[in-house]
Design a binder for this molecule. Structure first.
Ligand SMILES: [Zn+2]
Length: 352
């Protein structure tokens, strides 16, 4: 084949590329279309590839003259195909990601939300039930006088039952203590109001305890008090039955055990049938079938007298429970300290 012939074929291919091939590449919308254009020049049967294969037959001088021109044309086509391929691939990548960020039907990203502390949830639940039963929410100070914390509750000085509670005394303030129970609110409310009255009082209390898995120096109680004419133990029993069934479930079975508190007479501990084993005995109820829930009793006449309520006309009942205890039973928490450590990984499990 003559060199001139070869040269004019190369010129025709370059002209065709410049007039149509390059534009075809730029219009290609898929990687397959890019490859089809590239292949028509450089593929196994591509125009330029075939021509290049014939270059070997030309005389050496012609090869040196024409070879670089053909190589330039080849490089130009490869470069254009490569660029188009890359911009298409980028576009397809973006298109593949697009639905993740630009689909208006997808739910948005929610910021993390706080929740109520488990102890707050228990207090709220108890409060809801007692408010429905006609009890008013009442609160008292955390730093209390010995009078309200002990004396009006029938616990005079040197009375042995003061030893039942390890008390924090406030230094430099004679007669002041950190309240050891929520019961002082009873006396304050009886002095403030005139019977009939029904109050409950949730709050923090303090004892000199060594902190361990089941004891804390600070914990929470809820106290309930009802004073009216003709109130007796049956009213206490009925109220606690309704209250505990509302709190723990309608199947809840109660058991009253005689007990002793200085401010009630008679006094009773109230157990509920174990909600884990239903009475047959398990680890949670220590094989007894029952779980201790609260302390209660008929208000001692000395307490009524101390608060200016005439025990000849009025009588009442009172009950108290530990908030932590209910929360631990409810959620199977075995370490009381989990409630005070402010670890959001723990507290987050209780948020609604
Ligand atoms: Zn049990």
């Amino acid at each position: 084949m003559a060199a001139t012939d070869w040269e004019s074929r190369l010129a025709a291919i370059v002209a065709e590329w410049e007039e149509g091939g390059r534009a075809a590449l730029e219009k290609a919308l898929t990687l397959e279309e890019v490859e089809a254009v590239r292949g028509s020049y450089l593929g196994r049967k591509g125009k330029l590839a075939l021509l290049l294969r014939e270059l070997g037959a030309l005389p050496l001088e012609e090869k040196r003259r024409l070879g670089p021109r053909a190589q330039d044309a080849k490089r130009a086509i490869e470069e254009a195909a490569g660029l188009r391929e890359k911009s298409l691939a980028d576009f397809l990548d973006r298109a593949a990601l697009k639905p993740l960020f630009n689909d208006p039907t997808l739910p948005g990203f929610l910021p993390p939300r706080g929740g109520l502390h488990p102890l707050t949830r228990i207090v709220d639940e108890v409060a809801e039930i007692l408010l429905r039963l006609g009890f008013d929410w009442a609160e008292g100070p955390l730093i209390e006088t010995e009078r309200y914390n002990f004396e009006v509750l029938n616990i005079p000085e040197h009375h042995p039952s003061r030893d039942l509670m390890d008390t924090f005394y406030v230094s430099g303030a004679k007669g002041m203590v950190l309240r050891t129970h929520t019961s002082p609110v009873q006396g304050r409310e009886m002095e403030k109001r005139t019977p009939p009255l029904r109050i409950f009082s949730p709050g923090r209390v303090f004892r000199r305890e060594n902190v361990d898995a089941t004891h804390s120096a600070v914990f929470h109680q809820i106290e309930g008090l009802c004073v009216d004419e003709g109130i007796g133990f049956a009213d206490l029993k009925g109220t606690l039955e309704v209250f505990l069934k509302a709190l723990l479930g309608p199947e809840t079975k109660l058991r009253f055990r005689p007990s002793y508190f200085p401010f009630t007479e008679p006094s009773a501990e109230v157990d509920v049938q174990c909600f884990s084993c239903h009475g047959s005995g398990c680890g949670l109820c220590k094989r007894t079938g029952y779980i201790e829930m609260l302390g209660s009793g008929v208000v001692h006449s000395n307490v009524l007298k101390a608060c200016g309520v005439d025990p000849g006309r009025w009588s009442g009942f009172a009950f108290g429970m530990g908030v932590e205890r209910i929360a631990m039973l409810r959620w199977g928490v075995t370490d009381i300290r989990a409630f005070y450590e402010s670890d959001v990984r723990v507290l987050g499990q209780f948020s609604r």
